[in-house]
Design a protein around this ligand. Structure first.
Ligand code: PLP
Length: 281
C-alpha cells in the first residue's frame, strides 16, 4: 500500500478511512499521540515512544485498551503493509466515543488510530534557518496531546517565512522548545545545554538520544534553561526531533548564529546517524 490509516482494527488507504462523528477528538481534541520513523520497515526507538505514549495517556486519564506490547505489535504489523521502507509512523489514542459532553464515563475505552506515510528522516548535516516567537501555549507541554493550535500557527509562520522552525520563549526570555522540535545549545563552555524536562517542554526522544550521544562521546551535558541572549551567542544551536535528529541553525531571525563548534557538532551527528542506521539495519 502507498500509505495506511488504521482505526480500532479497520485499516485502508488514508483518503478512504472514515471515523465515527462522536469520537471525542472532534469536539475537544481529546487525545494523545506519538510518532517516529522507519528505515527498512523497522521502527526506530519504538519502546521509548510507546512508553511516552502511555505516560501521556495516563496523565490525562485516557484508558488505552491494549498493552504496550499489543500496540507495538499492531504498529510493527502495519508498517509491513506499506510499500516504502522509509515511513513516518504516527499513532494516537482518543478518549472514546460519546455524544458531546465535557465529562466522560470513568470506564471509557480509548480509540486507537494509526497513520503511516512514506517519508525519509532529514539529512542532519543540512543547516537550517529559524525564527523566534513568544511561547503562548498552556502549562502541560510535557504531555503529547492533540491540542496543537499554537504549534500549527507557529509552524505555518515558519513556512511563510521560508524557515525550518519557530523557536519559542517564555516571558523573561527563557527558551523552551520549538513548534515541533526541541532546541539546545552548545554553550560558551563547550557543553551541551538543554532545557530540563519540566512542564514547559515535551521530553523529546531525540533530545534523550542527543544527551546519550554527548555522554558517549565524553562531552558535558547541562540540563538547565537558557535565554534567547545565551542562545544567540552560543557556539551552536541544535534543533532535534525524531525525523531530524540534530540540525544545526545557521540563522535565527535572519542573524547568523553558531558555527563555532563544527567538530563537536559533526561527532554528535555521526553518532546519532550511526545509532539510527544500526538500529534499523
Ligand atoms: N517538542 C514538540 C513540541 C514536538 O511536537 C516534538 C515532536 O513532535 C518534539 C519536541 C520532539 O520530540 P521527539 O524528539 O520525541 O520527536
Amino acid at each position: 500500500m502507498e500509505n495506511l490509516g488504521y482505526y480500532n482494527g479497520r485499516f485502508g488507504l488514508l483518503d478512504e478511512m472514515t471515523v465515527p462523528f462522536n469520537d471525542r477528538v472532534h469536539f475537544f481534541g481529546d487525545g494523545v499521540y506519538d510518532a517516529t520513523y522507519t528505515r527498512n520497515h523497522k521502527i526506530y526507538a519504538l519502546d521509548e515512544h510507546i512508553d511516552r505514549f502511555f505516560n501521556s495517556a495516563a496523565l490525562l486519564d485516557i484508558h488505552i485498551p491494549n498493552t504496550k506490547k499489543e500496540i507495538a505489535d499492531i504498529l510493527c504489523e502495519l508498517v509491513k503493509k506499506v510499500d516504502s521502507p522509509d515511513q513516518f509512523v504516527y499513532w494516537q489514542a482518543t478518549r472514546g466515543t460519546q455524544i458531546r459532553n465535557h465529562t466522560y464515563p470513568e470506564d471509557m475505552k480509548a480509540n486507537i488510530w494509526v497513520v503511516l506515510k512514506p517519508v525519509k528522516v532529514k539529512n542532519v548535516y543540512e543547516k537550517v534557518d529559524a525564527i523566534t516567537a513568544p511561547d503562548t501555549r498552556f502549562l502541560h507541554c510535557n504531555i503529547k496531546t492533540l491540542n496543537l493550535l499554537p504549534a500549527v500557527m507557529n509552524a505555518q509562520k515558519a513556512e511563510r517565512m521560508g524557515v525550518y522552525e519557530t523557536i519559542l520563549y517564555r516571558e523573561g526570555g527563557r527558551v523552551t522548545e520549538c513548534s515541533h522540535s526541541n532546541v539546545h545549545i552548545i554553550n560558551s563552555d563547550g557543553i551541551l545545554q538543554t532545557a530540563p524536562t519540566d512542564h514547559l517542554i515535551l521530553p523529546g526522544i531525540a533530545r534523550a538520544h542527543l544527551i546519550k550521544a554527548c555522554k558517549a562521546l565524553g562531552y558535558g551535558v547541562d540540563e538547565y534553561p537558557f535565554t534567547l541572549d545565551e542562545m544567540m551567542n552560543a557556539k551552536e544551536i541544535i534543533i532535534t526531533s525524531s525525523g531530524a535528529f540534530c540540525m544545526a541553525c545557521k540563522t535565527v531571525n535572519n542573524t547568523e548564529v553558531g558555527g563555532k563548534a563544527p567538530e563537536m557538532l559533526k561527532n554528535i551527528q555521526d553518532w546519532l546517524v550511526n545509532d539510527f542506521n544500526t538500529a534499523t539495519d
